[in-house]
Design a protein around this ligand. Structure first.
Ligand code: IVH
Length: 682
């Protein structure tokens, strides 16, 4: 029987594994084992909903969407920081505070990164995370608890390690939530692939993600957190030095920065701060400076404030990686999906050691909203590894000679009129024969994650399209040696070590080999808007081949787990186009016809021993999760359903079963355990 103690123990285990993975970056169980524990917890909660409390790890998945955020008053003002620009400015601050209180001369200093994220305020009552809020105006913020619960590095219960210190009855912590730069770029790549507008920078994206009304949306974004302050505390003692405070927060299980240092001498603190200006790209988040804090928190408090800035700390800002330069032109790139992407052509300029000549303008709405004109002096930002982007025009520098940008009416590549979809900010070239799109489509089709055709670089692709040998992706499979030889440009002849004949042979061999790629890869390779690798795999597992998939309506496609309405529409629409129907026909005729779906499942079946038998699973099985048991039954031809009826062949019984057990007994259904289930297949 599942006891409450077992449930609590399981919860504690999950908290610790989560902490090891998301805070310490040192997991000791595999993802699969972790999922098993979480699944077991979910099962217990399904049977004992009254046991669920605010610290349950299952709540991280995202609660129901809200209509709006409720305003909350912070227990103490959420202060800001004064800025110092450069070492001399920082020394000026030091001298000023020394004059106010001579204890500062002998003080120690803690230097921390200044994370360019979003300030959040986390409330813990009796060690349980009960509320999380935005900073708002410093006095009143918004309750974003459900969203913050989805941030895995936020402990839902402290101390995470039972051996950690016992926290005060009420503890209110402040930290900075952020989106790691790599995650931001990944998200933008995905959005671009789905034809959605890309986001501006990690900070805005993190802020936007935390303010989404649907917590499940927030859960889909990778957000992290670093904490650095205790805002309020009741019923307990907390350290009075910033350094010890960080150690204390760490011992409770909070994520803290690992680059904080304590210094006895102010000049050493300045030198350390300056060293991070050069190294800031090493950090996984955007840092716009370092914060120098007086270590003695009582002394810092005694120093008081200037407006909203405490005197006891100063933000040492890094030189901004923002410069102004002239916008020479706006060029349009045509993406694979036909989406037109505006790019800024800039007068070359150095930003943080890198010469920048191009920058993104995001989308056409952005150009209009910011009233960016050709010839404008524009402010350009480069942060971390993020592609430089235009922040906006410097209005004061206008001469009157700048030209207003005219939105495109025709595709710059094929000249066909462009279209704007109702719910998107992007413009599209919908001409399936557009050469620029075709180049991108072929590039995508042959790419590694798709059909993986080696040796088909952009130049060859462009040439094959120019010479009319490739008019659609299927033409790749009809290429002859002579076509490829013709497409091998002078440049390739010079740079490639291989003679042209060998290049052609290798390419033909690679094309041939690609015919055996699985259906999921082929579906992803087609470049249907919204159908990336994951959706393609979902589709491929449900359909036997492209013919069957192409006949499915948007309604049918939507029934598939993981396929949303917009992807379903987009897939159905793609297959309905005569040009694409022709492509499929040509692929089939060329022998590019992988099998997927039910036939693939049938092939992977271990046996038919359970064919015709229906199973219901209840309770916690000794070693298997419910999903494991389900997979096992299905792989032997059996069926698993949710509720017990007279038709149920077996009830698979685990610890702490629910009402299904009673029902099975009353109906006389055969009851077996995990071991007996295994034996059924011999
Ligand atoms: S201390 C009294 N420490 O920077 C405490 N702030 O420009 C004042 N920030 O509003 C804040 N990293 O949101 C502090 N290590 C850090 C920080 C940090 C980022 C943010 C914070 C603050 C803003 C001031």
């Amino acid at each position: 029987m599942s006891t409450k103690t077992h449930y609590e123990d399981l919860k504690q285990q999950i908290h610790e594994h989560n902490y090891r993975y998301h805070v310490l970056d040192a997991p000791i169980v595999s993802d699969l084992e972790f999922d098993r524990l979480l699944n077991e917890l979910k099962q217990i909660e399904a049977e004992h909903p009254d046991w669920i409390t605010a610290d349950s790890p299952t709540l991280r998945a995202g609660a129901k969407p809200a209509d709006r955020f409720i305003k909350v008053t912070h227990p103490a003002p959420i202060l800001s920081l004064g800025n110092a620009f450069g070492a001399d400015d920082a020394r000026g601050w030091f001298e000023r505070v020394c004059r106010i209180d001579d204890r500062v001369e002998r003080a120690r200093f803690v230097v921390e990164p200044k994370i360019d994220g979003l300030s959040v305020v986390l409330h813990y009552h009796d060690g349980i995370f009960v509320q999380g809020a935005t900073r708002g105006n410093g006095e009143i913020g918004e309750d974003i608890t459900a969203n913050l619960r989805t941030v895995k590095s936020i402990p839902l219960r402290i101390p995470v390690d039972e051996k950690g210190p016992k926290p005060p009855k009420v503890l209110v912590i402040r930290g900075e939530a952020y989106m790691p730069i790599k995650e931001f770029e990944k998200l933008n790549r995905k959005r671009a692939e789905e034809g959605k507008p890309t986001y501006l920078n990690p900070r805005n994206t993190a802020a936007g993600s935390l303010r989404m009304l649907d917590p499940a949306e927030t859960a889909s974004r990778v957000l992290k957190l670093l904490v650095y302050q205790i805002v309020h505390c009741e019923g307990g003692k907390i350290p009075t030095s910033q350094w010890e405070l960080l150690e204390y927060l760490k011992a409770l299980g909070f994520p803290i920065t690992d680059i904080a240092r304590r210094f006895d001498d102010f000049e050493d603190a300045v030198a350390y701060t300056e060293s991070w200006d050069k190294n800031r790209d090493e950090l996984e988040y955007e840092a716009d400076g370092m914060v120098i804090k007086i270590d003695d928190l009582n002394l810092a408090k005694d120093l008081g404030f200037v407006g909203k800035d405490p005197r006891g700390a100063i933000a040492f800002k890094f030189p901004a990686r923002e410069v102004t330069t002239k916008l020479l032109d706006i060029k349009i790139n045509v993406g694979r999906t036909g989406m037109l992407i505006p790019n800024a052509v800039l007068e070359p300029v150095e930003i943080g050691g890198v010469i920048v000549m191009r920058a993104t303008l995001h989308n056409f709405d952005y150009i209009v909203q910011k009233d960016i004109r050709i010839g404008d002096r524009v402010l350009v930002k480069r942060a971390g590894e993020v592609i430089p982007y235009v922040i906006g025009p410097v209005l004061g520098a206008r001469t009157g000679k700048e030209k207003k940008y005219k939105l495109p009416t025709n595709c710059p590549s094929c000249g066909q009129p462009v279209e704007r979809l109702d719910d998107e900010v992007a413009f599209y070239c919908v001409n399936a024969a557009c050469p620029a799109q075709l180049v991108r489509n072929v590039e995508h089709f042959v790419s590694r994650g798709a059909m993986d055709i080696v040796g088909m670089g952009t130049r060859i692709v462009e040439k094959l399209i120019e010479t009319g040998k490739v008019k659609d992706i299927a033409d790749i499979y009809y290429l002859k040696r002579a076509d490829i030889l013709e497409a091998v440009t002078k440049k390739e002849r010079k740079t490639e070590k291989e003679p042209p004949g060998k290049i052609a042979e290798n390419l033909l061999a690679s094309i041939e080999a690609s015919k055996s790629r699985p259906l999921a890869r082929l579906v992803a390779a087609l470049g249907i808007r919204g159908a990336g690798e994951v959706s393609a795999a979902d589709l491929a597992s449900h359909f036997a081949d492209l013919d069957v998939l192409s006949k499915a309506s948007a309604e049918t496609l939507q029934q598939i787990a993981g396929i949303g309405p917009s992807v379903a529409e987009s897939v159905a629409e793609w297959f309905s186009r005569p040009v694409n129907k022709n492509v499929i026909k040509k692929l089939k005729a060329a022998g590019v016809w992988p099998q997927g779906g039910s036939s693939a499942n049938a092939k992977s079946r271990a046996s038919n021993a359970l064919e015709g038998k229906t199973f219901v699973i209840t309770g916690t099985l000794p070693t298997w999760s419910r999903d494991d048991a389900k997979e096992f039954i299905e792989s032997h031809g059996g069926k698993v359903t949710d509720s017990v009826s007279k038709k149920t062949s077996y009830l698979v019984l685990g610890e702490a079963p629910g009402s299904k057990y009673e029902k099975a007994k009353s109906l006389g259904v055969k009851i077996i355990g995990e071991e007996a289930l295994k034996k059924l297949v011999g």
